[in-house]
Design a protein around this ligand. Structure first.
Ligand code: SAH
Ligand code: SF4
Length: 397
């Protein structure tokens, strides 16, 4: 996989520092039908035109107000002179892997900061190596090379949580993303890949940069847009949290029609080790997280995912597997464990576990009756992208 180099002191560098800030421009993208209706009503139009605009920007993926031809030319011009724009974030840079994975730098209208989003096709192995990289519209490159895919979405620029093994943590929190910036990543990728919503199997994982539950309102607003306006199913969405208990408690109150599935970054066998690798554990230890998760009313057959990053020598020993199995069993939750071998990053003081340690760990959990999944090598690529910062000076070249 093409992975741009990362420097130890990597910083967020605007891709285009001269990009004019949006200033007083107003974005339609990010508003729900009701708010769009209000905006149109304020422009002297009937409220139902909000539905036309929603259809255009969320379903037809039109990025230019001029292109919304269900509105009269006069109305479009009036909206533009009222400083309205579609205002959807756009893909500025693409990094393509041989296996079809694409990583995007996506930039909003009014901010030079960019975020990362990842497209991970998971077709059969026969397609491997077929992908042509580059900037061309992938859907135009000779047909479909995937039969299902996952989009990894960011919720913040940087992250405040400070997990010791994570590259994104090194940035600190730069800012929250708005609902439009979160949902916009998805719609931009759906457009690039020519995805037909309702037909193609596309999953979303909120596992990119940031901690979704520390940007809760915007995150859930984005989910409601993605479900209500874009037409995606919340049962094909998974949100991952480092264990922000108040966020999990709010999440437990969300109606099932808009509640994604839940993944918890467990990442350690007990509180002692977890507090070391995830200092947030001192605030919300494992049992507090489990208590909160137990409040979520799971749908039939739904399971909670525990993500477990294997850190060589630190969390990958057989005794740790036994502890994890006990934790998961004692939680009483229908659960599965996703094992991820740690992906190295400069300046991050851990080591990747040996293949043998990973396999031994997986077997030990399985033998204890815990459903356990190991990311394929390709999946490792995926996680190399998710939850890690890679934007550097080199990326701009
Ligand atoms: N902030 C949220 C979601 C983004 S991180 C969370 O922490 O859950 C997504 C996943 O990537 C988490 O499970 C995290 O533990 C994992 N991760 C972070 N850095 C990693 C690394 N270097 N190698 C492998 N997985 C990593
Ligand atoms: Fe933030 Fe998640 Fe990285 Fe922890 S693992 S620092 S919560 S992005």
């Amino acid at each position: 996989m093409l992975r741009p180099a990362v420097t130890a002191n990597s910083q967020l560098i605007p891709l285009d520092a001269t990009n004019p800030p949006g200033g007083s421009l107003r974005s339609l993208f990010g508003m729900n039908v009701a708010d769009l209706g209000d905006a149109l009503a304020a422009a002297g139009e009937p409220k139902w035109r909000g539905q036309q605009v929603a259809e255009a920007i969320y379903r037809q993926r039109i990025v230019d107000l001029e292109g919304i031809t269900t509105l009269s030319k006069e109305l479009r011009e009036r909206l533009i002179s009222d400083r309205w724009r579609v205002g959807r974030p756009e893909i500025r840079q693409v990094f393509s892997s041989k296996d079809g994975t694409e990583r995007y730098l996506i930039q909003g209208q009014s901010d030079p900061l960019t975020v990362e989003t990842v497209w991970m096709p998971e077709g059969d192995d026969g397609e491997a190596g077929d992908t042509v990289g580059g900037e061309a519209d992938a859907a135009d490159e000779g047909g479909r090379r995937w039969d299902r895919a996952t989009i990894c979405v960011s919720s913040q620029v940087g992250c405040a949580v400070n997990c010791q093994f994570c590259l994104t943590a090194k940035l600190g929190l730069q800012r929250n993303l708005s609902a439009g910036e979160i949902a916009g990543q998805v719609v931009a990728v759906l457009q690039r890949q020519g995805v037909e919503v309702g037909k193609d199997r596309v999953n979303l994982v909120f596992m990119g940069m940031g901690e979704p539950f520390l940007n809760y309102d915007n995150f859930m607003r984005a989910v409601r847009l993605l479900v209500g306006e874009v037409g995606l199913s919340p049962q094909r969405m998974t949100v991952s949290t480092s264990g922000i208990v108040p966020g999990i408690e709010r999440f437990a109150e969300e109606p099932p029609e808009v509640r994604p599935k839940l993944a918890i970054s467990l990442n350690a066998p007990n509180d002692e080790v977890r507090s070391e690798v995830m200092p947030i554990n001192r605030k919300w230890p494992i049992e507090a997280v489990m208590d909160a998760v137990r409040r979520v009313r799971l749908r039939g057959r739904e399971r909670v995912t525990f993500e477990y990053v294997l850190l060589g020598g630190v969390t990958d020993q057989p005794k740790h597997a036994a502890e994890v199995a006990r934790l998961v069993r004692r939680s009483g939750l229908p659960a599965k464990v996703n094992l991820i071998a740690w992906n190295p990053g400069p300046g991050v003081p851990y080591s990747t576990p040996s293949d043998n340690a990973v396999e031994t760990f997986r077997r030990a959990l399985g033998a204890e009756g815990v459903p356990v999944y190991l990311r394929r090598p390709r999946g490792r690529d995926i996680y190399a992208a998710c939850g890690q910062l890679k934007r550097t000076v080199e990326d701009r070249a």
